[in-house]
Structure formats: structure tokens, C-alpha cells
Design a protein around this ligand. Structure first.
Ligand SMILES: *Cc1c(COP(=O)(O)O)cnc(C)c1O
Length: 428
């Protein structure tokens, strides 16, 4: 079932028209389908059940993809853990009801103060990415008189075949410890008294549409696990990371069942509990960005459709050259002619576009458009550049909808700032 579809010529999110939400909330806004979020989670749960070899498996939602409390809560209610990359995200996960024991703390540059907060909150696992972090964490754990459960994230040096800005598993990427240096790092961890090594972690990139990089990486890490065990380490967990791709245009990402089958085959007999950290796959297609056309500007070379959403709301097109499907909220007639246009925002940057050279049915001022697959790395990457208030987020569940983050007023935005005390007050 599709959670965003035309019915009677009007785009619906589940049982609600996007036009009705726009009338109440204003544009632009993000809209998430709770049903789609749950369906995404269920696909993982079913995939795990369908694995041939019995595996102990945990799924930790990588919440940097979409960290709205209500979104996290949907997954928390279904038994999710969380993969976090900051103390701020830890606070969100806890506030949304994810138990600390199911939180994994990832990230290439954690500060001692952040590690301390995470240990005080009793997060379940810390994925360490450097020998310097091993030393820092050992010192912090010593101060608190606790022992930290850790994995070491290794960099298996495989090409994820994805965009350069979202590949993470090559030697030249900053993430993880080179797989060739991993044994030394585990030896160090084994000597540090306040660390308890529980396993190995990897995360090779994002928006992967092929399973081959996962297979190649698992083969390498599996070999490493054998060496580590021969070195005397206890390796009980294998954290496979996230990265599974979604549909933006005509990608054919593997199903979760296919993914799980490859993982199960390559880890058979390894005797490790498996962890998955899906982000984008759980939320990407569950969200859209809705925007209103401000005006249409025919140019000599092409037509510009200027809308009220911009790169500050959705930076993926300009940051990753990402392609997002754009549809009119009121369904176009089957025989409608199309115009070739750029869909752009009002921001003073040539990089401010949502789509380029797109053939769309004619649009006019006041029309609503829906930008698809915007649930991941959309609202979380938004800024208020040009003093544009952050777009609100709305959740639909069946025939209900609710604002889950309101649009700040300009007054609220200004109130967050202040003049230094030596400046003259502004005369009213
Ligand atoms: C970003 C990230 C993820 C999630 O990546 P997706 O491509 O959104 O699935 C998982 N694990 C780690 C360590 C990450 O940094």
C-alpha cells in the first residue's frame, strides 16, 4: 500500500489531503506518515524473522536521519533501539522512550564531556572510532568507576558505490579504524581496564542500492573477527551499520528480506549477535515536503517555478545532487502538456534549487507541490538561512494529523539573539 497517493484527484497522506494540512499549517511543511514509518519497521522485523540461520538481532534506528521526537516515539513503541551521534540525540532518544540500554553511541569525534554524559545515562554500547577515543573513554569510565561496553568500528575499505559525500567505508574516509590497524586497536582496548570489548562495528555508507558492498565488507570483517578471537578477544556482537537505499527516482534498492538473506549467509556460524542501524530506509519514503508556488518566471533558456520551500528546508539536491520526485498536489489531467522547468526557492544562491530541467504539468501561483522521499535528511538538515523559519513538521496517522514541530515565529527567532551590553538600545 502507498501512504501518499491521489484519490479523487487530490494527493492524500493516508486519510488526509495535503491541501487540508496546508490550509491549516501553511507552507512549506514536512509531512510524515505514521503508517509508512510502522510499515518500514515491520519490513525489518519480518526480514529478521525470515532469516534462515537463527540470529540474535537488534535494530537501532539511526535517528540522525529524522530525529523528531514523535518519529522516534513511533519506533520506540515498536521496540526499537537508537543509534545516536551526539548527546543531543541521546536526550531525544530517552525523551521518546527508548531505553538507555538499547542506545548505541556512534561518531568519529566524541568529546570527553559527551562520553561522560553517555556513561552516566548508561547507554548500552559505545562504538569507538580511534585509539585516541579508546584512551579518553577509558579515562572517563575510570573517573566514574564504571566499565564501558564498546565495539571498535573498523573501516573495511570497500566502495559502497554511492555519492562521494555519503560513502564512509573507504580508506580515505575519516570513519572507523583501518581494518589493517584493527588488531592493534583491539589489543590496546584489551589492555585498558575500564573498557569491555563486546564486538566489532562497521557502517560503509548511505543510500546503497547494491548488496555486494555489504557482502564484501562482511567477508573482511568476518576474517578479522577470526583473527581477533585467535588473539584472545571475546567478540560477541557484530554491528553491521545502516546505509540501505530508498527510491528517489528509478533506483531498485534490495528488499530487506534480500538484505537479511545476504547478511545471514555471510555471518552463518559466526556466533555473533547482529545489530542493524537503519536510518534513511526507515523514514525516507515516509515523508514529503509540501510547498506552494509563489510565481512562475519564464526565461530565455528555461522556465523557473519559484516555490516557498528552499535549500534551507531541503539541502539534498544541492549538497548531494539528489533527485527528488516532485508532483502537483492536485492531480494533473492525463493529457496535460508538460513544461520543462527548474523548481527553485527564493534564496539568494544559485545552489538554491529543488529540481532542475524537470518536465512538469503547468503550474501557477498558489498551486501546491509535493517533494517526495523527503523524510530522511530533510528537516534535520534544515537551517534558518535568510531568516526563513524552520518548516513545521506534521504527522498523519490514519485520518488524524498533528503538528509535531510548529513553525517558529519571526519574533521567537529574534528573541534567541541579543545585543552585547555595550551597544546603545534601539530606539522604539
Ligand atoms: C548515518 C549512520 C547510519 C544510518 O545511515 P543510513 O544511510 O541513514 O541508513 C548508521 N550508522 C552510523 C554509524 C551512521 O553514521
Amino acid at each position: 500500500m502507498s501512504f501518499f497517493e491521489y484519490r479523487n484527484g487530490e494527493m492524500h497522506a493516508e486519510g488526509v489531503t495535503l491541501a487540508a494540512i496546508a490550509a491549516q499549517v501553511g507552507t512549506p511543511f514536512y509531512c510524515y506518515s505514521a503508517g509508512a514509518l510502522r510499515a518500514g519497521w515491520r519490513e525489518f522485523a519480518d526480514g529478521i524473522k525470515g532469516m534462515k540461520a537463527p540470529h540474535k538481532v537488534g535494530v537501532c534506528y539511526a535517528m540522525k536521519a529524522n530525529s523528531n521526537l514523535a518519529v522516534i516515539r513511533v519506533f520506540a513503541e515498536m521496540g526499537a533501539g537508537a543509534d545516536i551521534v551526539s548527546v543531543g540525540e541521546m536526550r531525544r532518544a530517552l525523551a521518546a522512550g527508548i531505553p538507555a540500554s538499547r542506545i548505541i553511541y556512534s561518531g568519529v569525534g566524541k568529546k570527553a564531556s559527551e562520553l561522560m554524559e553517555a556513561l552516566q545515562a548508561k547507554v548500552g554500547q559505545i562504538n569507538v572510532e580511534s585509539t585516541a577515543e579508546l584512551e579518553t573513554l577509558n579515562a572517563v569510565a575510570g573517573q566514574l568507576g564504571v566499565r564501558a561496553d564498546i565495539t571498535i568500528r573498523v573501516n573495511p575499505d570497500v566502495d559502497a558505490g554511492t555519492h562521494a559525500k555519503i560513502t564512509t567505508g573507504r580508506k580515505e574516509n575519516k570513519f572507523g579504524i583501518d581494518i589493517d590497524l584493527a588488531r592493534e586497536a583491539f589489543a590496546l582496548a584489551g589492555r585498558l581496564p575500564n573498557l569491555k570489548v563486546v564486538g566489532v562495528a562497521m557502517h560503509i555508507g548511505s543510500q546503497l542500492t547494491s548488496l555486494e558492498p555489504y557482502r564484501a565488507a562482511i567477508v573482511r570483517v568476518r576474517e578479522l573477527i577470526g583473527q581477533l578471537r585467535a588473539d584472545g578477544h571475546r567478540i560477541d556482537r557484530f554491528d553491521i551499520g545502516g546505509g540501505l537505499g530508498i527510491v528517489y527516482a528509478d533506483e531498485k534498492p534490495p528488499s530487506i528480506a534480500e538484505f537479511m538473506a545476504v547478511v545471514a549467509r555471510e555471518t552463518a556460524g559466526l556466533g555473533c549477535e547482529l545489530t542493524f542501524e537503519p536510518g534513511r530506509r526507515l523514514v525516507g519514503e515516509s515523508g514529503v515536503l509540501v510547498s506552494e508556488v509563489i510565481l512562475v518566471k519564464p526565461g530565455a533558456a528555461k522556465t523557473f517555478v519559484i516555490v516557498d520551500a528552499a535549500m534551507n528546508d531541503l539541502i539534498r539536491p544541492t549538497l548531494y545532487e539528489a533527485w527528488h520526485d516532485i508532483l502537483p498536489v492536485r492531480e494533473a489531467r492525463q493529457d496535460a502538456a508538460t513544461i520543462r522547468c527548474d523548481i527553485v526557492g527564493p534564496i539568494c544562491e544559485s545552489g538554491d534549487f529543488l529540481a532542475q530541467n524537470r518536465d512538469l504539468p503547468p503550474l501557477a501561483a498558489g498551486d501546491l507541490v509535493m517533494i517526495r522521499s523527503a523524510g530522511a535528511y530533510g528537516a534535520v538538515m534544515a537551517s534558518s538561512y535568510n531568516t526563513r523559519p524552520l518548516a513545521p513538521e506534521v504527522m498523519v496517522d490514519g485520518t488524524r494529523f498533528a503538528v509535531i514541530r510548529p513553525r517558529p515565529t519571526i519574533d521567537e527567532m529574534l528573541r534567541a539573539e541579543r545585543f552585547p551590553p555595550w551597544m546603545e538600545p534601539v530606539k522604539a
